[in-house]
Write a protein that binds this ligand. Structure first.
Ligand SMILES: C[S@@+](CC[C@H](N)C(=O)[O-])C[C@H]1O[C@@H](n2cnc3c(N)ncnc32)[C@H](O)[C@@H]1O
Length: 177
């Protein structure tokens, strides 16, 4: 498991300087879809597996970004001085329970060796009335798997029909499906 994470970290660090050029237009479509669909409170937001912080940059939200790749985090730093850039593992978030009203994670969960642990961690750091948005690359994780995972951790959720690539859910601890 740790080997898989090390490999992931290595690959994202190696390609970090090209990430924004390559993925900004695609990721932007996902964020726009989510923000149109869901009213996210103007509270401090955590982006898990947030890479270079494109979500913060493109939406203007003050966001704390956790990622396993320091190379990607470094790409984001000049773009948001109010953001916190946290090197960490999504399966063991270095964050206290219930710390955030909004938690997002775009196109990252499919990378985790233990996806259930990753989802549980996002719920742990979410406030009891908070909103969690999770998407994963559809080529590596299909809707059925994401739905089974979300049901398995007792999450209330709705399906997101993203316009491109990803499968997704929005929900939380108290939100009605
Ligand atoms: C496709 S990128 C998406 C990045 C960002 N969410 C975006 O919208 O641009 C996948 C991200 O997952 C991160 N990642 C992979 N495994 C991780 C882990 N175990 N913990 C935290 N981040 C991880 C990668 O470093 C990478 O930044």
């Amino acid at each position: 498991m740790e080997q898989k994470k090390e490999r992931m970290r290595f690959l994202y660090n190696e390609t970090a300087t090209h990430y924004d050029d390559r993925y900004l237009p695609i990721q932007s479509q996902k964020y726009q879809y989510v923000l149109k669909k869901i009213e996210l409170q103007e509270v401090r937001t955590l982006d898990v597996g947030g890479g270079s912080g494109l979500f913060a940059r493109l939406t203007g939200r003050i966001t704390d970004v956790v990622d396993i790749s320091v190379g990607l985090l470094a790409q984001g730093v000049p773009h948001c001085s109010e953001c916190n850039w946290i090197a960490g593992d999504g399966e063991n978030l270095p964050i206290r329970k219930g710390a955030y009203g909004v938690v997002v994670s775009f196109s990252a969960l499919q990378n985790y060796p233990d996806r259930k642990k990753g989802l549980l961690e996002m719920l742990r750091v979410l406030d009891k009335s908070g909103i969690l948005v999770v998407t994963a690359l559809g080529k590596s994780m299909d809707w059925k798997e994401l739905e089974t995972l979300a049901k398995g951790v007792g999450m209330n959720f709705d399906r997101l029909d993203l316009p491109i690539e990803d499968v997704g859910i929005v929900g939380g601890k108290e939100r009605k499906a």
